[in-house]
Ligand binder design. Sequence first.
Ligand code: PSV
Ligand code: MN
Length: 395
Amino acid sequence: MSDWSEEYPLLAARIAARGLDPEAIERALGAFEVETPSWGYGDSGTRFATFPAPGRPRDVYERIEDAAEVHRLTGAAPAVALHFPWDRVEDYARLAAHIREQGLRVGAVNPNLFQDPDYRLGSITNADARIRARALDHLRECVQIATELGAGAQSLWFADGTNYPGQDDIRARRARMLEALQELYRQLPAEQELLVEYKLFEPAFYATDLADWGSALLLCQQLGERANVLIDLGHHAQGVNIEQIVALLSDAGRLGGFHFNNRKYADDDLIVGSVNPFELFLIFTELARDVGDPLPRLTIDQSHNVEAKVAAMVLSVTNLQEAYAKALLVDRHALSQAQAAGDVIGAYALLQDAFTTDVRPLCAKARVAVGAAAEPLTELQRSGYAHRIVAQRRG
Ligand code: PSV
Ligand code: MN
């Protein structure tokens, strides 16, 4: 991008000509926040290989430092989502202090019920009461950790499901899940909410116990008001209209959170906005129908297998800022008029006009206003952070 400050006045005039307020949009952009995931900074891979990345963080403390660097550059990533036991430490007061000292806060706490050998046939849905009790204990432990860290949400995803027809009773599994989560909900402190994430398949290949938004919503309704649905972009069948799910859940007051990533085939966990930026834009047009609309808890949920991890996270955050900015540029008044008049092409053209606007000068201005970098990726390269961590994090 050439100098954003030269390009900005033209863009602002164009925005004002649509009857929108460029300053209000800039303020909304300045307030935009997304949580980055501690697990997105560490090594990850496929079932074929994990390639160790030079400079990768060796523990949660270094993962937090990378998250702080992403926030320093983008001004939009002030919270870090944690995953347990991956981020388990002896002393949570010390971890909380480190997070604060790095200028961050704790995002959602994510229990992990998908790796222990005990969970081969499920965690809270397992037919074995001993294993169910163990899974519930871990959920309770995460509530305790969240309390110690001052986190406001438990973000739940269950790998539970069956691989073959007849393997287990679908209804009994559902009843076991409900029983465990009702117990957890009863013990949940008032300042914490439950986010319930669904996923079509993987690792279960026949019937995932929470496979879609309907299953998750029914469960949340049975649990109570502080249980809401979390949408992950990689967790649907091909072609599912995710912005429509956003609209339905938002209208029902049941959209609790969002996991951003991008996919081409399944749960690919690629950099958000890298494959299908138009879909991301349409999702934001439903997340924010007006400038200043409150957004649900937004989190990046990606695994960076071959790309540089801090750079990948920075790019993910700026892609989100740009998608949000474009959504705020939709001329809603003209859109309603076109819709009322049955003007199919006119309505679509309004969306296309917002989507094709180069919002980079606007995002740069909003970032600079909050003390972040005009061009975060360039600044990351210039700062030498990537080289420093390679030198520091040996062994
Ligand atoms: C599962 O695929 C998921 O989307 C859940 O959110 C997990 O917590 C996360 O990925 C990390 O494995
Ligand atoms: Mn997810």
